[in-house]
Design a protein around this ligand. Structure first.
Ligand code: 5GP
Length: 187
């Protein structure tokens, strides 16, 4: 049985992290841990939330073609380590939680990847969520909102768009998508 490469994107603060955690509880998925050069937030743990590495280390890995995809935004690099994804795919469905540019890079090199966009029910709701998180200042929040417009404008290139209004329903919809794709893939 073949395993799926599931790529989830969505604007910052849309609740991707919570959705992914719920999916992980319900199914046998491997979650790819990305590398980043941004500083850890208070609650984040190295090796769990991200591998927090230096710019120099990141650029070395780029040179070694160690990333399935990578992107730079808000002055920081983010990338998906290639080795982990390839080895996990042999036994499990793998979830990547990455931005739109990275997702489209993955789709190009792995056309069988399933791209799922998580969208907010409305922008104001997302703005409130970002503000409630309190880890960014006002200017950063505005930058992230502009970024949200950009990310959502690329939804058309995704295989599925799921709105995160009620969490349980959103998770259920994603589970149904995965089931359907798995059946299709293994026909
Ligand atoms: P944050 O700094 O809020 O954790 O993440 C910022 C953005 O980077 C989010 O849209 C997140 O999905 C994206 N991101 C996280 N890991 C990766 C990665 O490995 N590759 C790419 N391209 N984007 C990532």
């Amino acid at each position: 049985m073949k395993n799926l490469l599931i790529v989830m994107s969505g604007p910052s603060g849309v609740g991707k992290g919570t959705i992914v955690r719920e999916l992980m509880k319900k199914g046998d998925f491997a979650l790819s841990v990305s590398c980043t050069t941004r500083k850890p937030r208070e609650s984040e743990i190295d090796g769990v939330s991200y591998f927090f590495i230096t710019k120099k280390e990141f650029e070395k890995l780029i040179g070694e073609e160690g990333f399935l995809e990578y992107n730079k935004h808000f002055e920081n690099y983010y990338g998906t380590p290639k080795k982990f994804v390839q080895s996990q795919l042999e036994s499990k469905n793998v979830i990547l939680e990455i931005d739109v540019d990275g997702a489209l890079q993955v789709k190009k090199s792995n056309p069988e990847a399933i791209l799922i966009m998580i969208a907010p029910p409305d922008k104001e709701a997302l703005r409130s969520r970002l503000q409630a998180r309190g880890s960014e200042n006002k200017m950063e929040i505005e930058k992230r909102i502009a970024r949200m417009e950009y990310e959502l404008s690329l939804s058309g290139q995704y295989d599925y768009v799921v709105i995160n209004d009620v969490l349980a329903e959103c998770v259920k919809k994603i589970e149904q998508i995965i089931l359907k794709e798995k059946e299709k893939y293994n026909d």
